[in-house]
Design a protein around this ligand. Structure first.
Ligand SMILES: Cc1cc2nc3c(=O)[nH]c(=O)nc-3n(C[C@H](O)[C@H](O)[C@H](O)COP(=O)(O)OP(=O)(O)OC[C@H]3O[C@@H](n4cnc5c(N)ncnc54)[C@H](O)[C@@H]3O)c2cc1C
Length: 304
């Protein structure tokens, strides 16, 4: 049994672990993918106070080493079931024995929103990608499409325009939802074609992506394309907690600045909870509060 189980090794989860470890708790951090969470795919972070510029990869590495050096035990496996109602809580995993814990900090971030068109799932990893910085280099001098109209889609389009021969930006609305300087840079980039009021109906290919069928206000068309980058945002991934912790209709955990949930001894931190602004700075802020409150809960002897 541990004092605290943290679910998610992103900035929020690792910060919660650091605060709890420094208060003397035993802490297990459970991660289904790579440590660092979303930060591991950020090309450069330039808005985190105290660090002028750092790659997401290096930032994730520092976070991980800091928690490890304080004594965090990392469990690399997916949490697929939880029992949070009893005094001693149980965390179950896909591939290993369950873990018992006195407190829990859920810091599981968000999951990528899927496009939902025909061919998306079949060609994931075979031409369909959700991360331009991770996969862009595979499409050198090729033709790609980027789907989305927000900051991430425009950043992806610009990043890919420097690698690929042609980038088609497919936007559902008749305008972008992005910062002005990005919009202007995209509009002035010669090898980016913008298709407003358009959506991909089908991704077509044999072993890998070869074409997309695009529906638009003009006539629907089939385009030859080698890769499709989907950048239409993120959504909560909190279904396994339903019925045990209060959530909003759209699936975010309900918790105020104290990060306390409706379940005693269970805290939430970072992008997974209801909040107005989702960034690394706000995730680590939550992590500090959640880790500190979990520590007080254990130290006060609330669990025998
Ligand atoms: C492309 C991109 C660029 C960004 N750029 C910036 C930026 O420049 N500056 C900035 O401040 N913010 C930026 N952000 C936002 C920032 O990365 C997030 O706000 C921050 O990472 C949230 O931290 P978190 O710990 O709440 O969640 P996450 O970073 O999402 O971490 C959650 C972790 O939980 C794990 N997890 C989920 N479910 C389970 C499970 N069932 N079992 C085990 N583990 C699980 C996930 O694998 C993940 O590692 C960017 C985000 C993206 C996608």
């Amino acid at each position: 049994m541990v004092d605290l189980a943290v679910i998610g090794a992103g900035p929020a989860g690792i910060t919660a672990a650091i605060y709890a470890l420094r208060a003397g708790l035993s802490v297990a951090v459970c991660e289904k993918n790579v440590y660092g969470g979303q930060t591991s795919i950020i090309e450069n972070i330039e808005n985190y106070p105290g660090i002028e510029k750092i790659s997401g990869f290096d930032f994730a590495e520092i976070l991980f080493n800091q928690a490890k050096n304080f004594g965090a035990k990392f469990i690399f496996d997916e949490v697929n079931k939880v029992d949070l109602k009893s005094e001693i809580k149980k965390i179950s995993f896909k591939n290993r024995e369950p873990l018992e814990t006195k407190t829990v900090v859920i810091a599981n971030g968000l999951k990528r929103r899927l496009l939902g068109c025909k061919g998306e799932k079949e060609f994931a990893g075979r031409g369909v990608s959700y991360c331009a910085t991770c996969d862009g280099a595979f499409f050198k001098d090729k033709k790609v499409a980027v789907v989305g109209g927000g900051n991430t889609a425009l950043e992806d389009a610009l990043y890919l325009a420097n690698i690929c021969s042609e980038v088609t930006l497919i936007v559902r609305k008749d305008h972008f939802r992005a910062e002005n300087f990005l919009v202007n840079t995209v509009k002035n980039k010669e090898n980016i074609n913008i298709c407003f009021e358009s959506r991909i109906e089908e991704i077509i290919g044999d072993k890998k992506v070869e074409k997309i069928r695009v529906a638009s206000q003009d006539s629907p068309e089939t385009k030859d394309i080698d890769g499709v980058f989907i950048a239409i945002g993120y959504e909560p991934d909190n279904e396994i907690y339903r019925g045990q912790i209060e959530m909003t209709e759209s699936g975010y955990f309900v918790a105020d600045e104290s990060c306390k949930t409706s379940a005693e001894g269970v805290y939430v931190a970072g992008d997974c909870r209801i909040k107005p602004f989702r960034q690394i700075a706000t995730a680590v802020s939550d992590g500090a509060v959640a880790g500190s409150n979990a520590s007080s809960f254990v130290i006060s002897g609330s669990v025998k």
